[in-house]
Design a protein around this ligand. Structure first.
Ligand SMILES: *Cc1c(COP(=O)(O)O)cnc(C)c1O
Length: 404
């Protein structure tokens, strides 16, 4: 059982007020809040051992290097990667995806096919469009249904020996749908295609096992799992990371440099040019430690309770429609009030101290599918409570009265 009072005490920000009201933070799908345990790690780094890594003989540099590489090991263990060097530390999901897309530019031929899903975040659409323009490859899209689920029969039909890459998010940030990635990966491998899973929205809720999934690439951002912004990871199978060319040139990523020829460093350094976000990497490890200490089964059970309660309470409001009604979903509720613009609801809720996201959630194609300008999205984390959901329901009722 999760003790929400004890957990909330770990998050200093949760006791602040917004517009004179206690903060109700329901924008967790955009970024999560940071517990004191992780803030302490950040302060400790800059207070005690801030130094550049991997090249210093002095004590501070060695301490920083050890902690940074320990964090990589923590991330490796968390995702059950076979080797620590299969974990590339990046600035986040977006950079990880761009790194892979850049690499595939030298692998794809004209007429090859890339499959993405209708449920993607813009960060998982645009890099592939750029890649297709560069290579002459063709982008195909797995359609979705009204529940906000992928049409798996259509997916099977899209696959062929022309398919080289499949890119799908594990969990949709706009609707919360959990996609059947096991089956997506298995079917793609049957035709010899590689699979990249965008796990940015899944990692706050589940603990993925990249070896059990047999996935080729898995990417995520630390700021969705109680870590800081500007740091994230790319997991890639060794064989793929060896095959892909470096993404950026610079310090750290070389073996030997002369003006005639440069040879590249081995993994993971080949993909980590320049001074990395050292403090961020260490804090990413600390954030995963924090969440693992609570336990992902405990987190999932509690959030499912919040989801069920929030869904039931919000549906009591007449004229409220929820988008994304799959049985397989996490604690994200995207909704609209009949005849009222989502932006107006979000603005009024903010006046009451309630933070939700409004708009297209970086997933315009989904909004186009439902023929709506956007939604109000309330996304719950393990530090939220049913009392906060009650406040949201009262807030939405009040907004409805004021706006209709
Ligand atoms: C948040 C998110 C991203 C983007 O992550 P960044 O940290 O902004 O790079 C991509 N995909 C999904 C599903 C997300 O939820």
């Amino acid at each position: 059982m999760l003790d929400s009072n004890k957990i909330r005490a770990d998050f200093p920000i949760l006791s602040r007020k917004v517009n004179g009201k206690p903060l109700v933070y329901f924008d967790n799908a955009a970024t999560s809040q940071t517990p004191q345990q992780v803030i302490d790690v950040i302060v400790d780094y800059y207070s005690n051992y801030n130094a550049n890594i991997h090249r210093g003989v002095h004590t501070l540099s060695q301490e920083a290097t050890d902690k940074y590489e320990n964090a990589r090991n923590t991330i490796q263990t968390h995702f059950n990667a076979k080797h620590a060097y299969e974990i590339i530390l990046t600035s986040g999901t977006t950079e990880s995806i761009n790194l892979v897309a850049h690499g595939f530019a030298s692998i794809l031929d004209k007429g090859d096919e890339i499959i993405v899903s209708a449920l993607e975040h813009h960060s998982n659409i645009v890099p592939w469009q750029i890649l297709c323009e560069k290579t002459g490859a063709i982008l195909k899209v797995i359609p979705m249904n009204l529940e906000g689920e992928l049409e798996m029969d259509s997916y099977s039909e899209l696959l062929s020996d022309k398919t080289k890459l499949v890119f799908v998010n594990h969990i949709s940030n706009a609707l919360g749908t959990i996609n059947p990635i096991e089956s997506i990966i298995e079917q793609a491998h049957k035709v010899g295609a590689a699979v990249l899973i965008d796990g940015a929205q899944a990692c706050p809720h589940v603990k993925p096992d990249v070896q059990a999934l047999d996935v080729d690439f898995y990417v995520t951002s630390a700021h969705k799992v109680c870590g800081p912004t500007g740091i994230g990871m790319l997991y890639g199978k060794e064989e793929w990371l060896t095959k892909l060319p470096p993404y950026q040139g610079g310090g750290e990523m070389i073996d030997e440099v002369s003006f005639e020829k440069t040879t590249y460093a081995g993994l993971p350094h080949k993909f980590e040019a320049g001074t990395p976000n050292i403090c961020g990497g260490i804090a990413f490890g600390a954030a995963l430690d924090y969440m693992n200490a609570i336990g992902f089964d405990t987190i999932a059970e509690y959030e499912n309770e919040l989801l069920a309660y929030g869904t039931k309470r919000l549906l009591e409001i007449e004229g409220l429609k929820i988008y994304g009604t799959s049985k397989n979903k996490t604690s994200v509720i995207s909704f609209n009030l009949k005849g009222i613009h989502p932006y107006d609801v979000g603005t009024l809720l903010d006046k009451m101290g309630i933070a939700v996201r409004t708009g297209h959630h970086c997933a315009q194609p989904i909004m186009t599918f439902y023929n709506i300008p956007g939604t109000v999205r309330a996304s719950f984390a393990f530090y939220n409570t049913k009392e906060e959901i009650d406040a949201l329901v009262e807030g939405v009722k009040k907004s409805k009265m004021m706006l209709s």
